[in-house]
Every structure is written in C-alpha cells, then in structure tokens.
Ligand binder design. Structure first.
Ligand code: UDP
Ligand code: MG
Length: 321
C-alpha cells in the first residue's frame, strides 16, 4: 500500500477562503509528511469549477509558489459533484489515497489523520461523518435530517450525516469512476462501490468566509437529484396510488348506480369540486415524478461528458518511488 495523498478541493468562486485554505492544508500536508504518514509526492489539488472571480488566478499562483499545490481547471461550471469527480479522476492517476473536502474549511482538516490511519488499517473508503449539526441553522438541520430519513425509506444506501468529506483508496476511486451515470450523486454511489469501509467523526464548523454556494433552490434540486438517482420507489408508489384510486372509483361507481336507482340523487357540488381538485393535483404530481425519471433517462441516453478539463497544473516528484 503506497502512501501518496491527494486532497481534492472543488472551488467555485472561493477567492475569499482560498488563501487560508491553501495555508492550512499545506501546513497539514507538511506535518503529515514529517510524521511519515504520507509520501513526498502528496498534493493539494484545487479544482476550479468555472469560477467567475479570481479563484483560478489564485490557484495558478499557489501552484507556482509551491509544488505541493496542483490545479485542475474545468471548461465551465459543472457543479460540485462533477468538479469533485474531475479532481478524483485526475488524482487517481497519481495518488494512493484521495481525500475530498470543501474549500470553505467547514470540514475539520484534523480528521484527515484518522482517515489515513483507517486507510492503513485496510479500509478503502473512509467516510467523514458529522458528529453534530449544532452549528447549522434550525432549518438546514431539520431539512437535512428529513432528507436522509427519506432516502433511507426509499431504499437508498447512504451514510447518515456524511457529505462529501471522505477518503478513497486508489482502487476505490477507480471503481467509482467506472460508474457511468451522468446524473451523479456521489454520496449515494460510493457505498455501491463496496470494499471495506469505516467512518471517522468530525465536528463541522462554519464557512470560513464567503457565501454558501448552495442556496435553497440548488439544495432542493440536489435533493431531488439524489432521490431520483438512487430510487425508483416514487414511481412504484404512484402506481400503487393509482391502483388504490381505481378501486375507490369502482366502489363510487357502484354507489352512484345504487343511489340513482333508489332515486335519491342529491346535487353534490362540493364533493365533486373537491374531487376534481384533489385528483387533478395528484395527477399532476404523479406526471411530474414520472417526467422527472423520463428526463433522467433522456439525459443518460445522451451520455454527455460530466466535465471537460481545460488544463491541469501539476509538478510531479522527480524521484519516483
Ligand atoms: N462548489 C463547486 N461548484 C458549484 C458549487 C459549489 O465546486 O457549483 C464547491 C464550493 O466551492 C465548496 C463546495 O462545493 O468547496 C461546497 O459548497 P458550499 O460550501 O458553498 O456548500 P454548503 O457547505 O453551504 O452546503
Ligand atoms: Mg460549505
């Protein structure tokens, strides 16, 4: 088992935090190197996800100053998950273990030590799991919890309170890259990779600087993406619901005929208008969910590239181990 570590950090408009992130991560990597936990060729790899601020310029500067830094520049913004995958792909050519984390220092970098220990103990995947969500807003905490529960209920295998802070061994990364789906929801797919895995708990802090790149709208899209990527149960539920309504309507039909033959047909405007609205709403909702899956299928059949790398900045170690 080799011990070259690559830390992959997707960055979208992160000019406010990047210098500090670079400082802290390089200090971390130097310490780990001096402790002999990781090899000399270890790198911090920033992936610029089509930022429209000074992010890429800063990454270039860091790479020039110190070869501990590496940079991947995507051709445009492709979203966090794709940026992460671009980084993992590039890193998997050089690294024995890959740690992915956010640029905003919310993930406690000191958990990396424990992740590396777990890797040396024979784990291919080490999930960083948040020990508490005390610092999140009430809203985010509860919606996130609801989302994890829902996914579990729908049969998706995800690690509770784990986001995208994790260590992957080279073979786990390669295995992950062999999943061809375009609609990518990494935290649902990594468990499918298999291999031995464990978790490391850490305290999630606040964003060091700058604004969240995940406003509510994006978060909802992401959640929907996750659900429809991992489970077809919603469609099955619609089918069952439709079946139930059919049974009810059969009963109603019989009842209507009985009422008619008995002669007590009272004009029931209220009940009719209510059923029209309820059924209309249910139908629209059902069509929407099915449309969601058809849209997914459509995108998958196109098999478009998930990201396009514009350039890579990476100085390899001269003495090859
Ligand atoms: N990010 C990205 N592309 C995007 C949006 C976000 O690469 O389109 C990165 C961002 O730079 C950060 C990470 O994804 O490193 C997580 O984003 P953020 O911290 O804003 O999300 P939050 O912690 O608020 O959920
Ligand atoms: Mg964040």
């Amino acid at each position: 088992m080799g011990n070259i570590l690559y830390i992959v950090v997707p960055c979208f408009n992160e000019q406010e935090v990047l210098p500090e992130t670079g400082r802290r991560l390089s200090a971390k990597v130097e310490t780990l190197k001096s402790q002999g936990k990781i090899g000399a060729g270890s790198r911090i790899m920033f992936v610029n996800d089509g930022s429209n601020d000074a992010t890429w310029g800063m990454i270039q500067e860091l790479c020039e100053q110190n070869k501990i830094f590496a940079g991947v520049n995507l051709s445009r913004n492709r979203g966090h998950q794709n940026a992460l995958l671009a980084g993992i792909q590039t890193a998997s050519e050089h690294a024995d273990m890959i740690v992915s984390m956010d640029a905003d220092l919310q993930d406690d970098i000191n958990a990396i030590d424990a992740m590396i220990d777990a890797y040396h103990a024979g784990n291919d995947v080490v999930y960083g799991v948040r020990s508490s969500r005390q610092r999140d807003t009430f809203f985010k905490r509860n919606t996130a919890q609801f989302f994890y529960r829902l996914l579990k209920l729908l049969g998706a295998e995800i690690v509770y309170n784990h986001a995208d802070y994790r260590l992957l061994s080279r073979r786990a990364a390669k295995a992950l890259l062999s999943f061809d789906e375009v609609n990518l929801f990494l935290r649902g797919i990594v468990p499918m990779v298999g291999f031995r895995s464990t978790t490391v708990a850490y305290e999630r802090g606040e964003r060091f600087a700058g604004k969240s790149k995940y406003p509510l709208g994006k978060m909802l899209t992401f959640a929907l993406e996750g659900i429809t990527s991992l489970s077809i149960k919603p469609i099955r539920m619609i089918t069952m619901g439709g079946l139930l309504v059919c049974v009810i309507s059969l009963i109603m039909l019989i009842k209507a005929f009985v009422d008619y033959s008995l002669g007590n047909v009272v004009p029931g405007w209220t009940s009719i208008i209510i059923s029209i609205w309820v059924l209309g709403g249910l139908q629209l909702f059902a069509i929407g969910i099915i449309g969601e899956y058809i849209g997914k299928t459509y995108m998958e059949t196109k098999a478009r590239p998930k990201f396009i790398i514009e350039s890579i900045l990476l100085q390899e170690e001269s003495e090859v181990e």
